[in-house]
Design a protein around this ligand. Structure first.
Ligand code: GUN
Ligand code: ZN
Length: 427
């Protein structure tokens, strides 16, 4: 066992933050040998219970759960900052050519390293990530994730139509490959697999049906896709599925809406769609920097709260502009605040933080496993320096309450705030 003394940030079941200015975090093995949080609370209350346990002190630091990125594309790391006239031209001009490079195995291996280094630098300890349509892109990422001890979830992209040579896959083979990858990776150590239809326009009915059949056969595998991001995309789906009630309902018809199904964007949806998300247990991966960069629109937080479906935050790199959860939380605040095209709401900083940790874990069906510092959670946590920059130090020194402290870090923070990252209890 080992223990860490610092301020602690964790979350109650209702999503409220619990802050302990002088805390003790005790880490040790559970019955199966996993390194988990054994205790977290006030130093004064806990210290006497652990005589002989070595305590590492982090004066002036805050220990917080590692961030969870609910939707990201590891092969798009080099696509960040590629401007285009919206989603569909951006896919054609930048994204598909970059993803085609992953046909070369060595390129995929090299980019897996770069991507996982970026996650670590930014304090992200779990991601639900797209790979490319090449099955070995999954192997490259998950082999390196396994070496690093990360809880990572990934999937081979399915796209057997409306996709150029180099990324388009073949229907039957894509389903055979997906099942082989599920068997190879899902539940191996901390790794998980996600069935990954790119989006309805890029998949034939046969491919979507096959994806749904696999989802039924492997109910604890994840599903990830995109929905209702962009108006041109939605128009296209309406042409392809003229009888569908909505874009989201297309996925439902193929058995792709259920718990552990995570849909990026969910911007242009109505209350019937929101109820469909709520009632199926599917979740939205809100991707605000991507939505602003590609000019897609604004996620409606008022609608999400009113109807009540699962949601959490995501970078969506490379449509997204940053791996930093601080940048994503700030963009989510601004997107929620926007009140000209939808109701504007002011999200509390603790809610923004929850959406990137315990709330994201809940969306993944991993609450109590990751995203928090409650006893029993896996020991993925980060040490934050609230004085990492001169301006941040001025702001956080004068913070009058927890919301002011968190908001200062959200607005002014980036990877400089993340001082150390612990994965499975190891720095
Ligand atoms: N829709 C289909 N593919 C993609 C992608 O790679 N990124 C985003 N943001 N939307 C998509
Ligand atoms: Zn995406």
């Amino acid at each position: 066992m080992q223990a860490f003394r610092a301020a602690l940030l964790q979350f109650a079941d209702d999503g409220a933050a619990i802050y302990e200015p002088d805390g003790l975090l005790v880490v040790g093995p559970d019955a199966t040998g996993r390194q988990v949080i054994r205790a977290a609370g006030a130093h004064a209350a806990l210290a006497g219970n652990y005589p002989g346990v070595q305590v590492t002190a982090f004066p002036g630091r805050i220990l917080a759960p590692g961030f969870i990125d609910l939707h990201v594309h590891f092969p798009q790391t080099d696509v960040i900052g590629s401007p285009a006239e919206g989603l569909l031209p951006w896919l054609a001009e930048y994204t598909f050519p970059q993803e085609a490079r992953f046909a070369e195995h060595a390129h995929a291996v090299g980019m897996a390293d770069v991507f996982l280094d970026e996650l670590r630098r930014n304090g992200v300890t779990t991601a639900l990530t797209f790979c490319t349509s090449h099955p070995h892109s999954v192997d490259a990422l998950l082999e390196e994730s396994e070496r690093r001890g990360l809880r990572m979830i990934a999937g081979k992209v399915l796209q057997d139509r409306h996709s150029p040579d180099g990324v388009r896959d073949e229907t039957e083979q894509s389903l055979v490959d997906t099942e082989a990858l599920i068997r190879r990776w899902h539940g191996r150590g901390r790794l998980g697999y996600a069935i990954t239809p790119r989006f309805a326009p890029s998949c034939t009915d046969r491919q979507l049906r096959g994806a749904g059949e696999l989802a039924a056969r492997y109910p604890d595998v994840w599903i990830q896709s995109h929905v209702a991001e962009n108006r041109d995309e939605i128009r296209w789906v309406r042409e392809l599925y003229p009888n569908a009630r909505s874009y989201l309902s297309v996925y439902g018809e193929f058995g792709l809406l259920r718990e552990r199904a995570i849909y990026a964007h969910c911007i242009h949806i109505d209350d019937a769609d929101r109820a469909l998300l709520r009632d199926t247990g599917a979740a939205a991966a809100v991707s605000p920097t991507s939505n602003l960069f590609l000019g897609s629109g604004f996620f409606d937080y008022e609608g999400a709260r009113r109807v009540g479906f699962r949601h959490g935050l995501a970078s969506d790199v490379g449509g997204g502009t940053s791996f930093s959860p601080f940048h994503t939380m700030l963009a989510a605040y601004c997107v929620a605040r926007e009140g000209q095209t939808k109701p504007g709401v002011s999200l509390r900083p603790q809610n923004l933080w929850w959406q990137h940790t315990a709330g994201a874990a809940q969306a993944l069906g991993l609450d109590g496993v990751i995203g928090n510092l409650r006893p029993g959670c896996e020991a993925d946590f980060i040490a934050l320096d609230p004085q990492a920059t001169p301006l941040l130090a001025r702001k956080t020194q004068h913070a009058r309450d927890l919301d002011e402290l968190l908001f200062s870090m959200i607005v002014l923070g980036d990877d400089r705030v993340v001082q150390q990252v612990f994965v499975g209890g190891r720095a």
